[in-house]
Write a protein that binds this ligand. Sequence first.
Ligand code: NAD
Length: 351
Amino acid sequence: MDRSFTHEWPAQRVHFAPGAVAARLAEEVERLCAGPVMVIAGAGERELADRVVGQLPDVTRYEDVVMHVPADVAERARAAAAGAEALVSVGGGSTTGLAKAVALTTGLPIVAVPTTYAGSEATSVWGLTENARKTTGSDPRVLPRAVIYDAELTRSLPTDLSMASGLNALAHCVDSMWAPSVDPIDAALATEGIRALQDGLPRVVDDPTDLEGRQATLYGAYLSAVVFSSAGSGLHHKICHVLGGTFNLPHAQTHAVVLPYVLALNAPNAPGAAARIGRGFGSEDALVGLQRLRARLDAPRALRDYGLKESDLASAVGPILAAAPADNPTPLTPDLIADLLRDAWRGADPR
Ligand code: NAD
């Protein structure tokens, strides 16, 4: 890897604050403003928000959260935020994503309290979906000014969603190794992120109440997101964005299914990256390490299990090729992408 590089650190304060999230949130909001705050938390996250916003003086609540941030949902939230001086998001990546969509046009600062392992809170990446097409971009205005993690808030996340969400974080680490702007600092953080997720995820799956396992997973998820924000989207993320935006597939599960196929495709032509991924898993071989973890977790296997039809696959090949990084380690062809999609659709062994 090139040792001549410039690395930009995100301008963000991060708290790992088990048991103290309400107090940290009140301090962070006080730093930002004295006026009204709009708290965004989806209906399924209402109870989590109730637990953390009690010390905020002037709050309006907003619950109309939809996955992949449809443009009309973002417009309604922007209108509702008129008069607010800051945004607080309490929830998963969809909720953080809606807060980002509001910040993108209003410039309002965000304090994020994540309740899944998606990691959106630590990136400058926003996403919006319109006419079945997901558009993403990067803008410093959408990066939350502060993030407050408390693993206790993830305890109610169902085990299968916890696992898929953690595998989504793992995908940030793995895909960053060949992403367009990866540098040695990203690679080091990604390797540590893989290690933390491999440590935490099996414990979460074995015992969903295991707070230490959830803390390790949150730590890994945070690292994964910092890396993703710095290194950019590699092929894996481009594939998942096309599939998610076009066919409305569940985000985390799509990442969980697709990752081994992209690793199998790229590892032979990216030996340095593969060695670092392998080190994260504690395995000589990156794909063996990933597949061992996936087997241990009984991870999602096939896109067809999420409602995707085989006849849909062909229409995704062109948009994926158009979006894929030009310097992907393995040169891409329509046939390679079509094979990868077909294998991921039926859950075949990665080739
Ligand atoms: P999600 O936010 O859609 O949440 C899934 C479900 O879990 C929702 O019903 C939610 O209400 C519920 N939930 C959340 N936390 C819970 C908890 N602790 N207990 C019980 N239920 C809980 O799913 P996600 O995987 O967190 O996020 C997916 C979205 O995030 C996608 O739109 C994706 O594109 C986006 N994302 C963006 C980035 C970025 O950098 N911009 C990074 C990762 C993900």
